[in-house]
Design a protein around this ligand. Structure first.
Ligand code: ZN
Length: 281
């Protein structure tokens, strides 16, 4: 566990899935990335969908919600969807679903939003009955009418379920959501309205990298996801972001890294690499 200001931060290892290795590593050839993560016989790499839990100041805040369970057998097979361990992981933190007061979505791609809903009586129902949901308005707009490239990354049923939640809080740009918890929208390189979450007490700072820097293997400036809609924008923004991160000695949180959940990063022989892993279990 890590403490920043009023908040205790911990990782919930809620679920795993498998993505095509090529889509995870973009233009990097398999002969290079398979040294980092070994693919299965279908060329897929096994990745976590970590949830970051920040507890304090009377709140239990989750960042993102993984995939959950409301998927067809076909989709479960394609993504080799793992067990949904939300309840066990919350229990480890002494909490239940009803204790979650807020869910911040970095963006609404299906592996970040779907776990906030489950199927009951043939309908998608909210998993967190007492939570407010926070997302950038721009991201919800793009999720409700996705472009052709992102059509399969935004799953209409979950986006519509979220859009109809009375507790949805739509944000228009950067803000300090709660003291010490800031939401920082990016320029739209991964998807329109993607936001980072920065937690700081002025001394220690942690930034949730969302799908902007989803793993330590994506610290390389040209190591983007094939899902990114504006790869050059990701490179431009990542260059600036990592400089700021290293200068401020911020911790970077990796939601999809199979080996490192968070780390201080630094430049070594011209490359940006993990200097010191940070464990938050
Ligand atoms: Zn994404």
């Amino acid at each position: 566990m890590l403490t920043i200001g009023d908040y205790s931060l911990r990782t919930l290892d809620a679920q795993y899935f498998s993505l095509d290795g090529g889509s995870v590593f973009g233009v990097v050839p398999r002969v290079l990335w398979e040294k980092v993560i070994k693919p299965d016989s279908l060329n897929r790499v096994r990745l976590p969908m970590r949830l970051l839990l920040a507890s304090g100041a009377g709140r239990n805040i989750l960042v993102d919600a993984a995939m959950g369970t409301a998927w067809s057998e076909k989709m479960k097979r394609i993504y080799d969807l793992g067990e949904w361990r939300l309840d066990e992981e919350l229990q480890r933190a002494g909490l239940g679903r009803r204790d979650i007061t807020d869910v911040i979505f970095t963006h609404l791609h299906f592996d970040h939003v779907a776990g906030a809903f489950e199927e009951r009586d043939g309908l998608l129902q909210n998993v967190f009955p007492h939570a407010r949901f926070h997302v950038q308005r721009e991201n919800l707009d793009t999720a409700l009418s996705p472009n052709l490239k992102e059509k399969h990354s935004y799953t209409a049923a979950f986006v519509e379920a979220l859009a109809s939640c009375a507790t949805l809080n739509l944000l228009d740009g950067a803000c300090e959501l709660f003291p010490g918890i800031e939401l920082l929208p990016l320029g739209g390189g991964h998807t329109a309205g993607h936001q980072l979450v920065r937690i700081t007490d002025g001394e220690t700072t942690l930034v949730h990298g969302g799908d902007f820097v989803p793993s330590s293997a994506h610290l390389g400036l040209n190591r983007g996801l094939a899902f990114d809609i504006l790869p050059l924008e990701v490179i431009r923004e990542k260059t600036l972001f990592l400089e700021e991160l290293m200068a401020g000695k911020w911790i970077l949180y990796f939601a999809h890294d199979p080996f490192v959940e968070a780390a201080f990063v630094d430049r070594e022989e011209g490359r940006i690499v993990v200097r010191e892993p940070v464990t938050m279990r």
